[in-house]
Design a protein around this ligand. Structure first.
Ligand SMILES: Nc1ncnc2c1ncn2[C@@H]1O[C@H](COP(=O)(O)OP(=O)(O)OP(=O)(O)O)[C@@H](O)[C@H]1O
Length: 219
């Protein structure tokens, strides 16, 4: 399928048939998709992500709010260019991006489902992040739900915060947990771990980081 035809299907069959809403500024986007041909494959705080069965290599990320974030994401993708650890920007419109589809399971879901996470996945993501730094970006908000593995390789799905300033330690902390807990105790038998436990660990980590930040500020 040509890009023009794909864009036409976005403009005529996707955008008029989806509604992206948010109950409050702090809630993620809720996607209502009435299109018979476009499938919703994901959603986040800003956007819904859609794909067409007849062209599964591409996805469309439609922003439901904060259009200025779309421009920043375009800039980040332009800096990244084409690299094996990332998706790639093919084209964009006023409120959407056309991206290469990344298949796979997030590391968060892999732990829940008991799918073994090989060290190569961690190394791939590390080298992807090094590459981002080498082109002047600042890997930010890289965590277990933003990275995926597919056929033993690691990929970074969400780069939308790589333009931000400051130090984000989420990936460093995840790696610490991988080497200190996952690899020695879980990797070999990789039992499924109930969602509520993995999610409680994730939430506990966020609360811990917030408290630590507050304590450090008050010092
Ligand atoms: N290139 C891609 N290929 C396949 N799936 C994707 C791709 N980009 C995004 N997705 C899916 O859509 C979901 C939402 O995308 P993304 O995280 O980029 O949205 P966002 O609104 O910017 O999120 P955030 O809340 O993290 O800022 C992802 O978790 C993933 O499941």
């Amino acid at each position: 399928m040509q890009k023009a035809e794909y864009r036409n299907l976005i403009e005529t069959e996707l955008l008029p048939k989806i509604k992206l809403t948010t109950p409050s500024p702090f809630d993620p986007i809720i996607v209502n998709n009435q299109s018979p041909i476009w499938k919703t494959i994901g959603s986040g705080n800003y956007a819904g992500v859609f794909s067409l069965d007849s062209h599964p290599e591409w996805v469309v990320k439609v922003y439901g709010r904060n259009p200025e974030e779309l421009k920043k994401e375009i800039d980040v993708y332009k800096k990244l260019g084409s690299h094996e650890s990332y998706s790639c920007l093919y084209d964009y419109g006023d409120n959407y991006l056309i991206l290469k589809k990344l298949n796979g399971v997030t590391l968060f879901d892999a732990v829940v489902k008991g799918i073994q996470i090989p060290e190569a996945v961690i190394n791939d993501i590390d080298s992807g992040l090094d590459y981002a730094r080498s082109v002047g970006l600042n890997p930010f908000d890289v965590h277990g739900k933003n990275v995926v593995m597919y056929e033993g390789r690691g990929y970074i799905v969400d780069i939308s915060d790589f333009y931000k300033q400051g130090y984000c330690r989420k990936w460093k902390d995840l790696k610490k947990a991988y080497y200190k807990i996952y690899l020695p105790y879980l990797y070999k038998y990789h039992p499924p771990i109930p969602f509520f436990i993995v999610d409680a660990v994730r939430k506990g980590y966020r609360i811990y980081r917030r408290l630590k930040k507050k304590v450090n500020k008050e010092k």
